[in-house]
Unconditional design. Sequence first.
Length: 87
Amino acid sequence: MRYLPALFRAALITMVLSCCAMALAVALGVAVASGRVYGGPLLRAGLTAYVEITRGTPVLLQLFVLYYGLAEVVRLPAFVAGCWGSA
């Protein structure tokens, strides 16, 4: 019973993170799809490479790169890295 507050807080953070990641994923997906359909050849090639790289790597690896790999360049909070990595 003493762990219930922590579990409820973690569940709330998970729901907020999921909603933020879904909103970001929809917006990014629409932008990428529009660019691949209506963009020039160079933009289409770049967006196709982006899609293939993000779909071809595990999400956990992407999260590690966002959170630990970019730490020397920019320090992202865990929530932001999780939201961007999940989108």
